[in-house]
Design a binder for this molecule. Structure first.
Ligand code: COA
Length: 260
């Protein structure tokens, strides 16, 4: 891959690093395609991966949003073509059945904040900075930002952040529920990997179905959401992992899950 560094630091865990440090890991067309392929690939063939940690190269930026140099002077047609790939990548990220944790190691501006919000949850280095900055360059969020930001921090805070484009700190992101934890920059990825490991020790199909059901809760009334939850729950009953989980409890040992 040209723009993503992909490692498997532990069994079942993928560490994906946005890797264009010369432009603060900004998203160009190659990165859009590679992110799209990554999320779609994980959906079609998880290949034993049970959790993804997404971070950026260096200590300056997680992701500086769209590559504004690459977009300088491109035609409207080319812009729309590129944005279409980004849209597909964001939907594929949303539809990715595997949990995604963002480890925000520096600036998360524009599309960088949208990638943070597109993850299932995020940890941030105490030095990280955030901004929904698109209005400062004549744009608005276009990678699910107006949908995911209010779901994270509430509509009134989301409006304030989006209309002003103001920079906010990791501590504020924590207070506003945009990130779940603020970490020492040196231990950020380690802490995200530790959480990924805890997730990957659980029954994979159970985690996947729970993720689906939690996502449904964000756009359904409680009773329709509950219909979905019960269906998802029922798919787990015939699984080997459900049998193993209950058996291991009764035998007072740690269960061994195979995702079957
Ligand atoms: N697209 C393309 N290049 C970018 C970029 C982007 N979104 N963000 C930063 N870069 C480039 C800079 O132009 C600079 O390149 P140069 O050395 O050739 O001049 C290099 O990355 C370093 O940027 P710099 O601003 O010096 O780094 P910093 O660590 O001081 O600040 C940011 C990092 C992310 C806070 C800052 O670069 C920034 O505000 N970027 C723009 C973010 C933005 O508005 N995104 C929204 C897009 S809609």
């Amino acid at each position: 891959m040209k723009t993503l560094l992909i490692e498997k630091p532990k069994d079942h865990i993928l560490l994906v690093t946005l890797n264009r440090p010369e432009v603060r890991n900004a998203i160009n067309i190659d990165m859009m395609h590679e992110l799209l392929n990554l999320w779609e690939g994980l959906k079609q063939n998880p290949d034993n991966i049970r959790c993804v940690v997404l971070t950026g190269t260096g200590d300056k930026a997680f992701c500086a949003g769209a590559d504004l140099k690459a977009r300088h002077n491109i035609t409207l047609e080319e812009w729309r073509k590129q944005h279409n790939v980004l849209q597909k990548a964001m939907i594929a990220m949303h539809d990715c059945p595997i949990p995604i944790i963002a480890a925000v190691n520096g600036a998360a501006f524009g599309g960088g904040l949208e990638l943070t919000l597109g993850s299932d949850f995020a940890y941030a280095a105490e030095t990280a900075m955030f901004s929904q900055s698109e209005v400062k360059v004549g744009l608005m969020p276009g990678a699910l930002g107006t949908q995911n930001l209010p779901r994270a921090c509430g509509i009134r805070r989301a409006k304030e952040l989006t209309f002003t484009g103001e920079i906010f700190s990791a501590q504020q992101a924590l207070e506003w529920k945009i990130v779940n934890k603020v970490c020492n920059p040196q231990s950020l990825v380690y802490e995200a990997l530790e959480t990924a490991e805890k997730i990957s020790e659980n029954a994979p199909l159970a985690v996947l179905q729970a993720k689906c059901s939690l996502n449904v809760s964000q756009h359904s009334d409680i009773k329709s959401g509950y219909v979905f939850e019960v269906e998802a729950y029922n798919t787990l009953l015939p699984t080997h992992d459900r049998v193993e989980g209950i058996k291991a409890f009764n035998e007072k040992r740690k269960p061994v899950f195979h995702g079957k």
